[in-house]
Design a protein around this ligand. Structure first.
Ligand SMILES: [Zn+2]
Ligand SMILES: [Zn+2]
Length: 287
């Protein structure tokens, strides 16, 4: 996965995106024309995957779709960067032109074509909608934190670090956490009990159940106490390494949204700790 960065004209607002876009399209609604002087090119990302520095100003207005849309922009240079609406919870719209590498995202449709100016140049190879696309077209509300990391080791080597309780105790959790594993009954339905020790000395008892285990390919648990979620780690051979896909799915959009920023940071740190454990044990793959 590519990490993307971007920012406003003056540099007051900078942002980082740690997930792939859910979708991207060009919008020709009149509101977009007013903020962009033509259509806006918009990419949709999971809200938990964006990290913003600087404080944007915001303006909320009901859009042509009937949804209240919050548009966020730089208070110093006026550059528009983000939008969101409660009707698509868990999703943040990023103006593609504000990315440092705008070519890294390709719009897949034109929307609100009917209000495009006569001179507008629309890519005829893309689907176009006269107004808001049908309700089925927008993305599902997001209730998962998803991220990927390429690790220079084989899927079997990565899987080995997931399945050995002593090794899991070394890498499990965000930065600064240590673990005591009480039970690690590695089979579908088997119980995993551990106490996570936070950097400030707080102990967090954790109870999970293994749900799906496929050697070298899939490791999945259901977390049972406090925050209920399913964590799915899937492994895919990719060149001289493994693409590790990490997906933490909560029961509801609301639950995910409440802690999206926290779990995004925690999961990214956890993945990097897994990488360090795998590479520490196996060494980097030979060139
Ligand atoms: Zn600015
Ligand atoms: Zn628009």
């Amino acid at each position: 996965m590519t990490e993307r960065q971007g920012g406003c004209l003056c540099g007051h607002i900078r942002f980082r995106l740690s997930a792939e876009p859910i979708g991207a399209r060009v919008c020709w609604c009149r509101d977009c024309q007013r903020i962009a002087a033509n259509g806006t090119v918009n990419a949709l990302f999971p809200a938990g995957a964006i990290e913003i520095t600087g404080t944007p100003s915001e303006f909320i207005r009901t859009a042509g779709s009937g949804n209240p849309v919050r548009r966020r922009f730089c208070p110093q240079c006026g550059c528009h960067l983000f939008a969101d609406t409660p009707s698509y919870p868990g999703v943040v719209v990023v103006r593609v032109g504000t990315l440092d590498e705008p070519s890294s995202v390709r719009p897949a449709a034109n929307i609100w074509r009917a209000s495009a100016p006569a001179w507008a140049c629309l890519d005829s190879s893309l689907p176009a909608f006269d107004g808001q696309p049908p309700r089925a077209a927008p993305p599902e509300p997001v209730r998962s934190d998803e991220r990927s990391l390429w690790i220079a080791a084989s899927p079997a080597q990565v899987y080995a670090a997931l399945c050995d309780a002593d090794r899991v105790a070394r890498w499990w959790g965000p930065d600064g956490f240590a673990n005591t594993i009480h039970q690690f009954d590695l089979k579908p339905g088997g119980s995993w009990l551990l106490t996570m020790h936070g950097p400030d000395g707080t102990d967090y008892p954790n109870e999970s159940r293994f749900t799906r285990l496929v050697p070298g390919a899939l490791f999945e648990i259901e977390h049972l106490n406090s925050h209920h979620f399913v964590l799915t780690i899937s492994l895919q051979a990719d060149g001289r390494g493994t693409m590790v896909h990490w997906r933490q799915t909560f029961d509801t959009v609301e639950h995910y949204q409440r802690i999206a920023q926290f779990v995004a940071a925690a999961n990214q740190q956890n993945l990097l700790r897994l990488q360090a454990e795998v590479l520490g044990a196996s060494g980097p793959a030979p060139d």
